[in-house]
Design a protein around this ligand. Structure first.
Ligand code: GLU
Length: 431
């Protein structure tokens, strides 16, 4: 039998981390087994479903590289649900009351063999009645879900563990409708490091926000995979293509996974480092342009050098906006924590450095470093005494990439202008 899985988001909110991981596991299982992956938009709640959410869900799935073979909208299938409800009524398995249709079911013990959690026994069902078609004619979740999973030929239902309690009701509906019962796999929750459910404040923001912060989609997918699954052998970096080959829903952890921003940042930095420079430059360019950060006409060659300078130091693209600001703009201020460094007036020494740098034949890292060190020695300074204020002068910050590489990237004119600005700051006016 052809494996067919689905992801069934309700467009009543943005796609967040937990949903994205469920979609990913479901997608992987279908692709691994050469099956089909179906996207089913559960937009039965006409008031809370919003186009804005739907657009974001589709856009985020695409961004992650999760494609679908078919897409269905439950809002276009109301007639089907009503038809099946009518059938149940005619068979005495459902009844009408106050404009709604209720499912008639009897208590019995239900067992499932969850592919992740093993056997689950439901000893009791909630005693309350189960509405299947509401009085406004829209179907209730359990009913439309069960009908669609059956009609769409879903063989494996992979979804969040918050739906475990719905499973026995759905099984009773499958039985009443004489449908085959699919396999179930309930994916454990993702918790924050303090053991709570992810909240808006911590992690459970929309996928779009991760994209905004400059996480690469492949890195985020890799990280989502690690939340509950492992490729084995202590490996942590794995591509989607490779995961497709070895993923098995049966190997997903039974226990909740802990979301860690540090880990996500680490995975992302690994992906940034592994990018080909040209590809990374393109990503950075698009990212910075979308945020209107690159307002001037930055030359590609310059951007390339800046990216090379920061490639091994950033964990997400947004870091560049803060850390590489000085590469694109002159109007930075000296950070408050540099005060200590700037206390010592080295304006005369700096002027000599400026003169000597101005005369350098070729302004490359090697030459700069040689001349810089020689100047410090000639002035009776330790190199670091000149390095620190020079760094502040050029970048506004105490820490950053290697000073001499930074100088080469900035180029002679910028370097000299900024060193002059430092001299002025010290009140030196010997130029
Ligand atoms: N629309 C439901 C949700 O978003 C789907 C649950 C399911 O996968 O059965 O939680």
């Amino acid at each position: 039998m052809k494996v067919r899985t689905r992801f069934a988001p309700s467009p009543t909110g943005f796609l967040h981390l937990g949903g994205a991981r469920t979609a990913l596991f479901s997608w992987l299982y279908a692709r691994k087994n050469k099956g089909e992956f179906i996207l089913r938009i559960e937009d039965t709640d006409r008031v809370r479903s919003k186009k804005e959410y739907l657009d974001e869900i589709l856009e985020s799935l695409r961004w992650l590289g999760i494609d679908w073979d078919k897409i269905f909208y439950q809002s276009e299938r109301f007639d089907i649900y009503r038809e099946y409800a009518k059938k149940l009524v005619s068979q005495g398995k459902a009844y009408k009351k106050e404009g709604a249709i209720f499912f008639r079911y009897e208590f019995k013990e239900i067992k499932i063999n969850d592919l992740i959690r093993g056997q689950i026994i439901f000893k009791e069902l909630p005693k309350e009645e189960e509405v299947i078609i509401k009085s406004d004619g829209t179907p209730a979740y359990n009913f439309s879900c069960c009908i669609d999973d059956a009609l769409m030929g879903i063989t494996h239902i992979i979804r969040g563990e918050d739906h475990i309690s719905n499973t026995p009701k759905q099984i009773l509906m499958y039985e009443a409708l004489v449908f085959n019962i699919p396999e179930f796999a309930h994916v454990p929750l993702i918790l924050s490091e303090s053991g709570q459910r992810l909240s808006k404040r911590f992690g459970a923001t929309s996928l779009r926000e991760y994209r905004e912060k400059g996480y690469l989609s492949r890195a985020l997918v890799n990280y989502l995979l690690l939340l509950g699954w492992s490729p084995g052998n202590n490996r942590e970096i794995i591509s989607l293509e490779e995961a497709v080959k070895i993923f098995d829903i049966r190997n997903v952890n039974k226990t909740s996974s802990i979301f860690s921003f540090d880990k996500l940042d680490w995975v992302n930095s690994e992906y940034i480092k592994a990018q080909k420079l040209d590809d990374l430059v393109k990503l950075v360019k698009d990212y910075l342009e979308e945020r209107k950060f690159l307002s001037q006409d930055i030359e590609d060659d310059y951007l390339r050098k800046v990216v090379e300078l920061f490639k091994t130091r950033i964990s997400k693209l947004s870091d560049l906006i803060e850390w590489a600001y000085f590469c694109f703009y002159d109007d930075f201020v000296y950070a408050p924590d540099t005060e200590e460094i700037l206390r010592r007036d080295l304006s005369r020494e700096m002027e000599i450095l400026i003169e000597r740098l101005a005369k350098l034949e070729s302004f490359n890292r090697e030459n700069i470093e040689k001349e810089f060190r020689a100047t410090a020695a000639d002035l009776g300074l330790k190199a670091k005494d000149l390095v620190h204020p020079t760094r502040v002068a050029l970048t506004g910050k105490k820490i950053g990439p290697g000073l001499f590489e930074t100088m080469e990237v900035l180029g002679r004119d910028r370097v000299i202008d900024r060193l002059r600005r430092m001299v002025k700051y010290w009140g030196g006016d010997h130029v």
